[in-house]
Design a protein around this ligand. Structure first.
Ligand SMILES: Nc1ncnc2c1ncn2[C@@H]1O[C@H](COP(=O)(O)OP(=O)(O)O)[C@@H](O)[C@H]1O
Ligand SMILES: [Mg+2]
Length: 298
């Protein structure tokens, strides 16, 4: 595992509701290393999404963040919208739950990956197309050269999510945030995407934050797990610790909600691949040839 890329300290997110500040995330602290997968787990409303959105200036206007989030020496909390926009494009990628809302319905998926590439790198259209097809191959889109010219609605939900992942990997982010990346998919497709994420994890070196309400999703994927409830961290440990010896009743409850995991919680070795896993990720994706393109100076 590499250097620390993200250090979050006492991150607090609040929303102005009615006539007072509601605290959605209360003094969250963690660190993330390159190549590491940190899962943030908790039921709906526990503050998982807003804790990440706040890092990127994506809170709604009624929200505010305090505390500190240091991305490789850059303080994100309090940064201008303009600066954060650049960070979002270059250093950090996000994979959302619902790819249909993140992809533009009027452009082909290939064009959208090419646009992402050309926004970040000085690249000819031909080279960008080659690279886009490489990325589509990496995320196991069938017949990538043909799929390049398809519109989002012509692909299945699982394939759209693969395209989102390809797009997220395009700019080789240092940090990849995956917010419930498989929740909208049916169980079979979910398992396929999780397998892809596990495979990619071996091939890219970004730090990954995997957000999910489902412990089953993190079992094979996370190095460390933060369990959140009502905006507060109730438990934080290595995957091993959390799965083998969960301390907090809420963690035990989350584990019990995943039937095929619950039987292992007593301390048995986890055996066999769980049906779900997770992902998020990014970084220097090993491709067939080193690219000569230089990142566009910003
Ligand atoms: N725009 C908003 N205004 C007020 N409260 C919000 C807003 N967005 C989210 N919240 C609240 O913040 C809390 C955390 O939300 P969120 O991070 O989206 O939860 P999770 O991703 O864990 O489901 C919830 O109680 C939610 O209702
Ligand atoms: Mg959420």
């Amino acid at each position: 595992m590499g250097d620390t890329i993200l250090t979050v300290k006492d991150l607090t997110v609040q929303f102005w509701v009615g006539d007072e500040w509601f605290t959605a995330v209360d003094k969250l602290s963690y660190t993330l290393k390159a190549g590491e997968v940190l899962a943030i787990v908790g039921e709906s409303g526990s503050g998982k999404t807003q804790s990440s959105m706040s890092l990127l200036g994506l809170l709604p206007p009624t929200g505010r963040a305090t505390g500190s989030a240091n991305l490789k020496g850059t303080e994100l909390v309090g940064m201008s919208i303009q600066e954060l926009r650049e960070i979002r494009g270059n250093e950090v990628s996000i994979i959302f739950q619902e790819p249909m809302t993140a992809l533009n319905p009027v452009y082909t998926v290939g064009f959208q990956i090419v646009e992402t590439l050309r926004t970040h790198y000085l690249m000819s259209p031909t080279v960008a197309k080659e690279r886009a097809i490489e990325l589509m191959t990496l995320v196991e889109i069938p017949s990538p050269a043909d799929s390049f010219d398809k519109f989002p609605h012509q692909l299945s939900g699982g394939q759209r999510q693969r395209i989102m992942i390809a797009q997220a990997l395009a700019c080789e982010p240092k940090l990849l945030i995956a917010d419930e990346p498989t929740t909208a998919l049916d169980v079979t497709v979910q398992a396929e995407i999780l397998k892809l994420m596990r495979d990619l994890r071996e091939r890219v070196s970004a730090g990954i934050i995997l957000i999910t309400h489902d412990m089953g999703v993190v079992a094979d994927m996370a190095d460390r797990i933060i369990v959140m409830k009502d905006g507060v961290v109730v438990e934080h440990g290595t995957s091993q610790e959390i799965f083998k010896n969960p301390q907090h009743p809420y963690t035990q409850q989350l584990l019990a909600a995943v039937p095929h995991l619950a039987e292992h919680v007593d301390g048995d070795e986890l055996s066999g691949p769980p049906q779900t896993i997770i992902m998020v990720d990014d970084v220097p994706v090993p491709l067939s040839e080193p690219r000569s393109d230089k990142p566009r100076p910003s």
